[in-house]
Design a protein around this ligand. Structure first.
Ligand SMILES: Cc1cc2nc3c(=O)[nH]c(=O)nc-3n(C[C@H](O)[C@H](O)[C@H](O)COP(=O)(O)OP(=O)(O)OC[C@H]3O[C@@H](n4cnc5c(N)ncnc54)[C@H](O)[C@@H]3O)c2cc1C
Length: 778
C-alpha cells in the first residue's frame, strides 16, 4: 500500500512517504491531509469496501492520529463510507443529504413552458407524494392542470422520509396501543368535554375508516407502480412492528380482527420468530403485515410525475405560491412569485408548509424527524420494515445498494420535534446519539461504525392525529397533515383531492366530520355539530348498546331468575294505529323543565310537540313487547315505565325509567325491532314521535334537528352507561356467587375483584345491584 498523497505538502512528491513515517503521530492532520487520504482509500476500494491493508491503516490512524476538527469529520466520513468502525465519539456526519437524493434529479428546475399560464382548471400546489398523486389522477382528463412547486419535486418530506409504506398509521399519544385505542387517546385529549361513550364510538369508526383509507392507498400505490412500470425499488416484503409493553401486545392482537374485517391478513409473531427472521432479541411479541414494505420515494414521485407530464399536466418548479384568493366557489386567484393564475379549483398539497400559505390552518404543525444511514450492514431486514415505540424507532434496508448480503441501513426515530420553520435543516445532536444507541441495540455488530449521512425533514401533525383531506372552502381542497405516515395516505389523498376538485363532492370514504380540514377551525368536534356526524354517532351508540344488551341478556339467563315482573292479566298492548292524542294541552315549559330539553327554546319545544302524540296510560299497560316492530320513541312526561326482558321464560326487570327519560331511540335510529318490553309501572303520560317526522326534521339540518339528535345521543349515552354498569354488577354478583362455591384456596380476594372493577371507575355495592337498576334502551 502506498500513502503517497497523505500529506498535502508532499502531494506531488514521489517520495512514497507514508504519513506515519513522515509525520509520525505528532503532527495534527488537517482537512486537506485527510481529503487526500480519503481520495486514495476510496480509489483503492472495491464495491465500496476497503482493501485489507487500507482497513488496517485506517484503523491505526483512527486510534493514534491527531485531527483538526474538520479533519475528524472528513475522516469519519471516509470510515462511514467504507464501513470501518471508530474508537472515537461518533460525530454528526458531514453529509446531510437524504439517501434518496443521491442520484441526479431529472426535474430540478423543470418548467413546462417559459411563462406561467394565466388560467387553469386545477392548480396543485406542492410536488411531493400528495401533489404528484393528484396530478397523476388528473392526467388524461383534458383539463388544464398546473402543478406548482416552490423547490424541486420531492425535495421536502417526500424525498426525506424513511421510504416505508405501511397499512396501519400507528401514530399515537405515548405508546401505541392499537389503532382504535390509539384513536380514542387522541380523541380524549382533543375533546376532553365530550362523553367517553361518544369518543369510543367515534374512535372505533375512525379506526375502521383509517384502515380503509390506508388499504385504498396501498392498492392505488401498487397499481401506479405496475401500470407505469416505475422502477422505485419497490419491496412489499412486510412490516414488523415490535410491541414494547403488554398493553401494546394486546392492542396489536386486537388489530388482527379489525384488519380481518377489511379482508387483510396480519400475523402475530412470537419473540422466537422475530429472532429467527430478523436476528432481533425482542422483549415482546410483534405484528407482521405482509404486503407492506419499502420503496424509493424519490424515484416513485419522479416516475409518477413523468407519466403525468407525458399526459398533459404542466409543472413549474421553483415557483412559490404566496397566497390564494377565493373570489367565489369556482374562481380562485393563485398568486406566485412569477405571476398570477386564475383557477377553477385549487389543491393545496403543501403538508408541513400549509400554515404558511393558509394561516387559518395553523393547527397543522410542522415537526422534524431525523434519519441516519449506515453503509454495508448485514442485510437482516431484506427490504422489510421494522418499527417499535421503544425508541421510538423505524428502520429498513432499502434495495438500492443491496448486494452480497449487505445493504445500507436507514434508521429514524427519537422524539419528533416541533419546528418553527419547516425549511430548517438543523440536526439534533441528542437525536443523533439516540439513533446510534438504538441502532446498536438492534445491530450490535455496528457498534462504533459512523453513519454516512444524517438528515432531517418536515412532517405535518394535526391535533387529532388524522390527516386533513377535504374542502376548506368551495373549490379549495386541502390534502395534508399525515402525522408521519404519508406512506399510508398520500397516494389515496392525492387521488381523492383530484376527484373533489373536479366533482365538488366529498367521497363517502372520507366523511367530512372526520377528515375535513374545517374540523381544525373550531374546538367543537364536527361529529357532534353536524347532522351526518351526529347521526353516525347515534348509530354507533345503538350498536354498542345492542352488544351490551346482548351480554346482559346472556348474564341474566345465567343468574337466578329474580326479580320477576308480575305480568298483569289486565295489561293491554298499546300500539294501535291512530290512537294517541294531539299535544296541544301540554305546556312547553313542562318539557323544558327536564335536563334533556333544557337547551331547547320555547319555540323549538312547540315545534317538537307538533310532531308528537300524547298518551295517557294506566298502570300495567304494555307499551310494546320485546321483538315487536319499533320505529318510534317516547319521552316520559309523568309516571314510571318498567323495562324488562324475557329470560328463563319470565320477564326480568332491567330498569325503571322516570319522568324526563327518553326511551325507544334505538328502534327509531336503527329501525330494528324492540329489544325489550316496556310497561307502565305507575300511571303515565308519554309523548311519542314517529320515525317519519323525525327523519324529515333531521334531513332539514336545522338547529332544532341538531339539538334533537344531540338529545337522542345523550339519552343513548346514559342508556349505555347504565347497561355497562348493570353488566358489571351482574359480573360481580356472579364472581361472588362462584367464589362462595369454590374452595377457599382458589378464591379471588375482595381486593382482586375491586381492582377488576376499579378499571372502569365504579365499584358497586351488592345492595345496589337490584336497588337501582340501570336503563337499557329498548
Ligand atoms: C424524516 C422523515 C421520515 C418520515 N418517515 C416516514 C415513514 O417512515 N413512513 C411514512 O409513511 N411517512 C414518513 N414520513 C412522512 C412522509 O414523508 C410525508 O407524510 C409525505 O412525504 C408527505 O407528502 P406531501 O407531498 O404531502 O408533502 P411534501 O413532500 O412535504 O410536499 C409538499 C411540497 O409542497 C411544496 N410547497 C410548500 N409550500 C409551497 C408554496 N407556498 N408554493 C409552492 N410549493 C410549496 C414543498 O416545497 C414540498 O415540496 C417521514 C417524513 C420525514 C420528514
Amino acid at each position: 500500500m502506498s500513502l503517497q498523497v497523505v500529506d498535502a505538502r508532499t502531494r506531488n512528491s514521489n517520495s512514497g512517504l507514508q504519513w506515519r513515517r513522515k509525520s509520525g503521530f505528532e503532527r495534527l492532520l488537517n482537512a486537506n491531509d485527510v481529503r487526500a487520504i480519503s481520495a486514495q482509500a476510496l480509489a483503492a476500494s472495491k464495491q465500496g469496501r476497503p482493501t485489507e491493508s487500507w482497513r488496517r491503516e485506517l484503523e491505526t490512524m483512527d486510534r493514534s492520529a491527531r485531527f483538526s476538527r474538520n479533519a475528524s469529520r472528513i475522516f469519519q466520513d471516509l470510515q462511514a463510507r467504507l464501513g470501518i468502525p471508530t474508537v472515537r465519539p461518533i460525530l454528526l456526519p458531514m453529509n446531510s443529504q437524504p439517501f434518496w437524493h443521491r442520484g441526479p434529479h431529472t426535474f430540478a428546475n423543470y418548467q413546462s413552458t417559459i411563462r406561467l399560464p394565466g388560467v387553469a382548471d386545477v392548480v396543485i400546489i406542492g410536488a411531493g407524494l400528495t401533489g404528484v398523486a393528484a396530478a397523476y389522477r388528473l392526467k388524461d382528463t383534458g383539463l388544464r392542470v398546473v402543478l406548482l412547486e416552490q423547490g424541486d419535486p420531492a425535495g421536502e418530506a417526500s424525498g426525506r422520509n424513511g421510504g416505508n409504506f405501511e397499512l396501519l398509521p400507528e401514530n399515537s399519544v405515548g405508546i401505541y396501543e392499537g389503532l382504535a385505542p390509539g384513536r380514542f387517546t387522541f380523541m380524549r385529549q382533543r375533546y376532553p368535554h365530550v362523553p367517553t361513550e361518544v369518543l369510543q364510538a367515534v374512535s372505533e369508526r375512525q379506526a375502521s375508516l383509517v384502515l380503509g383509507l390506508a388499504l385504498r392507498n396501498r392498492d392505488i400505490f401498487k397499481k401506479t407502480i405496475l401500470n407505469e412500470g416505475i422502477l422505485c425499488d419497490f419491496s412489499p416484503r412486510g412490516w414488523l412492528h415490535i410491541a414494547s409493553s403488554e398493553s401494546e401486545e394486546q392492542g396489536i392482537c386486537d388489530e388482527v380482527s379489525l384488519a380481518a374485517q377489511h379482508g387483510q391478513r396480519i400475523a402475530i409473531w412470537s419473540r422466537g420468530k422475530i429472532a429467527q427472521e430478523f436476528g432481533i432479541e425482542a422483549a415482546f411479541l410483534g405484528r407482521f403485515i405482509p404486503g407492506d414494505g419499502t420503496y424509493h420515494p424519490f424515484k416513485y414521485v419522479c416516475g409518477e410525475l413523468r407519466a403525468a407530464l407525458r399526459d398533459g399536466v404542466t409543472l413549474y418548479t421553483r415557483t412559490k405560491v404566496h397566497s390564494i384568493v377565493s373570489v367565489r366557489p369556482n374562481e380562485h386567484r393563485v398568486l406566485t412569485g412569477r405571476g398570477k393564475i386564475a383557477a377553477k379549483s385549487v389543491i393545496v398539497a403543501t403538508n408541513a408548509f400549509t400554515r404558511e400559505l393558509l394561516p387559518e390552518l395553523s393547527a397543522i404543525e410542522p415537526y422534524q424527524s431525523q434519519i441516519i444511514v449506515t453503509e454495508h450492514v448485514p442485510d437482516r431486514a431484506r427490504g422489510r420494515i421494522v418499527t417499535s415505540d421503544n425508541g421510538p424507532v423505524f428502520f429498513n434496508q432499502p434495495r438500492e445498494g443491496a448486494a452480497n448480503g449487505h445493504a445500507p441501513l436507514l434508521m429514524g426515530g427519537g422524539n419528533d420535534r416541533r419546528m418553527k420553520n419547516p425549511s430548517m435543516r438543523r440536526r439534533s445532536p441528542a437525536v443523533h446519539a439516540r439513533l446510534l444507541s438504538l441502532r446498536d441495540s438492534f445491530y450490535p455488530e455496528l457498534v462504533g461504525q459512523p453513519p454516512s449521512a444524517e438528515w432531517v425533514g418536515p412532517m405535518a401533525f394535526t391535533p387529532d392525529g388524522l390527516p386533513c383531506i377535504g374542502f376548506l372552502r368551495p373549490g379549495l381542497v386541502i390534502a395534508a397533515g399525515y402525522n408521519g405516515y404519508g406512506g399510508s395516505y398520500t397516494t389515496a389523498a392525492g387521488h381523492a383531492a383530484a376527484e373533489m376538485a373536479i366533482t365538488n363532492v366529498v367521497p363517502d370514504w372520507l366523511p367530512e366530520e372526520i377528515f375535513s380540514p374545517r374540523r381544525l377551525l373550531t374546538n367543537e368536534p364536527l361529529f357532534l355539530t353536524e347532522r351526518e356526524g351526529l347521526w353516525r354517532v347515534a348509530a354507533s351508540l345503538c350498536r354498542q348498546i345492542q352488544s351490551v344488551n346482548q351480554k346482559l341478556s346472556e348474564a341474566l339467563t345465567l343468574q337466578q331468575p329474580t326479580p320477576v315482573l308480575p305480568t298483569s292479566s289486565a295489561a293491554q298492548i298499546l300500539r294501535r294505529a291512530g290512537q294517541g292524542r294531539p299535544t296541544d294541552s301540554i305546556e312547553p315549559e313542562s318539557l323544558r323543565a327536564f335536563d334533556a330539553f333544557s337547551k331547547f327554546s320555547r319555540e323549538e319545544i312547540c315545534h317538537l310537540l307538533r310532531l308528537m302524540r300524547r298518551w295517557d296510560l294506566p298502570k300495567d299497560t304494555i307499551i310494546f313487547t320485546e321483538g315487536s316492530p319499533g320505529g318510534t320513541c317516547f319521552v316520559i312526561l309523568e309516571g314510571a315505565i318498567d323495562v324488562s326482558i324475557n329470560a328463563h321464560g319470565q320477564q326480568q326487570l332491567l330498569t325503571t325509567l322516570n319522568a324526563g327519560n327518553v326511551f325507544g331511540q334505538m328502534s327509531l335510529i336503527e329501525g330494528v325491532p324492540r329489544s325489550a318490553t316496556c310497561s307502565v309501572r305507575s300511571d303515565a303520560v308519554l309523548l311519542e314521535i314517529e320515525r317519519q317526522p323525525c327523519e324529515e326534521l333531521f334531513r332539514s339540518g336545522s338547529k332544532l334537528a341538531l339539538k334533537c339528535l344531540a338529545t337522542l345521543n345523550e339519552g343513548l349515552i346514559s342508556t349505555l352507561r347504565g347497561a355497562d354498569l348493570r353488566l358489571m354488577q351482574l359480573d360481580r354478583a356472579e364472581l361472588q356467587r362462584s367464589s362462595t362455591e369454590m374452595p377457599t384456596s382458589s378464591l379471588l380476594s375482595d381486593n382482586d375483584s375491586v381492582e377488576r372493577c376499579a378499571g372502569v371507575g365504579i365499584v358497586p355495592e351488592m345492595s345496589e345491584v337490584f336497588a337501582s337498576p340501570p336503563t337499557v334502551d329498548p
